[in-house]
Write a protein that binds this ligand. Structure first.
Ligand code: HEM
Length: 440
């Protein structure tokens, strides 16, 4: 139990190899069921929404404090449906498509900054902080527009402490009112984020722009949520969307850079679809994303092996049966996209990185893969940003392959670290050079 809460990957792998798709663990007062088998996961996700609650002693302490009591992540029942429904209505495909040029422009700015570094070539460069900055910029721009995106570094700093806070052991997250503590500093940062969002909400009320792409304005106009509920959803969307996608991008860089043929194919595809070999493309049409097929497969494969959350949690709100086991009410169900993505009965050579496994699979392999690929979860709490995240990842990796050569510092992907967000230990350090001019 201790290991699951500190370094989950190895213990999850051992539990699944020893006990199969579902197993129970317990200490007095806490019962856990660890679920990694894709068929049992499907069974779990197909139960009606009111069979589960989000909160348990374990996950209630820090998460609710950080996202706020009105966030959809920590809501159940009608509150969850209403809060999520309003945001979902704003996340239209049309809006997503219009963000394609913005994401590429921001990727170009990040790449230009990397290439202009004076210390480039002196040693490996950790790209993890570079992609974190890029993703927070994209996230803030997508939700609030360019004006606030200029403050995205400041916003990233305000999220930094709370992201560390929810990764800390549960005892360090226990509520207390003491000043000059980590919790007090997190509270101050959260208040500062709230103030920024409140000012934006007030601005949209006072001066509606009528911009059909403005997510925040859509939430304000929709009028289903109170201002404090809107603020909680926006704070959640930034928090849930930024750290996860940035971590997934670090893994993706590792996976793609360790497979030179994958990198080369990403590059050729990007040249053909985005135009301008080397990335000096003009305007890109929103339909370009659909044509980055190899990039999308590469993202899918990287998320299969390295989902941004190794585990997710639910509480059984009633007694039920899963995988032939009786689950008592109150049991904490720990479900694992990491285990499902590596299940040997669902994937051929599961540990091999092979984006082409998603290229024209046989019908029965396609059905097995759909069952076992769940980095974004399923059911009523499934990730609301799944399309945005995959779009960011595919566009950024395509652009990086188009403009950069990366030489990894090791021939193995690193060990994962992080309880809430799974990232590569040591970040994403590579020897980085500009793509040679005139060479494909
Ligand atoms: C690679 C990137 C990402 C991964 C792997 C990921 C994964 C997940 C997972 C596993 C869940 C929980 C599902 C469950 O408990 O059933 C979740 C929920 C959520 N995600 Fe993501 N996510 C990513 C990016 C994003 C982005 C870009 C956004 C928004 C901009 C976002 C917003 C959310 C929200 C709001 C929820 C809570 C949904 C609810 O409770 O109804 N995520 N995500």
């Amino acid at each position: 139990m201790r290991q699951i809460l500190s370094d989950p990957a190895p213990v999850l792998d051992r539990l699944s190899a020893t006990y199969g798709p579902i197993c129970g663990l317990g200490v007095p007062g806490v019962r856990l069921a660890v679920i990694g088998g894709p068929a049992v996961l499907r069974e779990m996700f197909s139960h009606p929404a009111d069979s589960f609650r989000w909160g348990h002693r374990f996950n209630v302490v820090g998460v609710q404090f950080v996202v706020g009591k009105e966030s959809m992540i920590v809501s159940d029942g009608e509150d969850h449906r209403r809060r999520r429904g309003s945001v979902q209505a704003a996340f239209t495909r049309r809006r997503l498509d219009q963000w394609v040029p913005m994401i590429l422009e921001r990727a170009d700015v990040a790449i230009n900054e990397v290439l202009s570094r004076r210390d480039l070539g002196d040693g490996p460069l950790d790209l993890a902080p570079v992609v974190r900055r890029l993703i927070i910029g994209v996230t803030v721009h997508a939700f609030f527009g360019e004006r606030l995106a200029q403050r995205s570094d400041e916003i990233a700093d305000l999220y930094e402490r709370s992201q560390h806070f929810i990764e800390a052991p549960a005892v360090q997250q226990l509520p207390h009112p003491l000043p000059f503590t980590n919790r007090a500093r997190v509270r101050r940062d959260l208040r500062a984020v709230n103030a920024i969002i409140d000012a934006e909400i007030a601005d949209r009320r006072a001066n509606p722009s009528g911009d059909p792409l403005d997510i925040l304005e859509a939430l304000v106009v929709d009028d289903t949520l109170s201002d404090s509920e809107i603020r909680a959803q926006v704070r959640t969307l930034i928090g849930a969307g930024y750290d996860t996608t940035a971590a997934a991008l670090s893994w993706l860089l590792w996976c793609a850079a360790l497979s030179p043929d994958v990198w080369q194919r990403l590059r050729e595809e990007a040249d053909a679809v985005l135009g301008g070999a080397g990335g000096s493309a003009g305007p890109v049409d929103p339909g370009a994303l659909a044509r980055l097929e190899h990039a999308q497969r590469t993202v899918r494969e990287s998320l299969r092996l390295h989902p941004a959350g190794l585990i997710g949690a639910r509480v059984a709100a009633r007694e039920m049966e899963l995988g032939g086991c009786r689950i008592r009410m109150g049991t904490l169900l720990v479900w694992s996209p990491h285990l499902a993505g590596r299940d040997p009965d669902h994937w051929v050579e599961p540990l091999r990185f092979d984006p082409d496994r998603f290229l024209d699979p046989a019908p029965e392999q396609k059905a097995l893969s759909e069952l076992a690929w769940i980095p974004f979860g399923r059911g009523p709490h499934m990730c609301i940003g799944f399309a945005l995240a995959q779009m960011e990842l595919a566009l950024v990796i395509a652009r990086m392959a188009q403009r950069l050569d990366l030489a990894p510092i090791s021939d193995q992907v690193p060990h994962p670290v992080g309880m809430v967000v799974n990232r590569p230990t040591g970040g994403a350090p590579f020897w980085v050079t500009s793509r040679p001019v005139g060479i494909g």
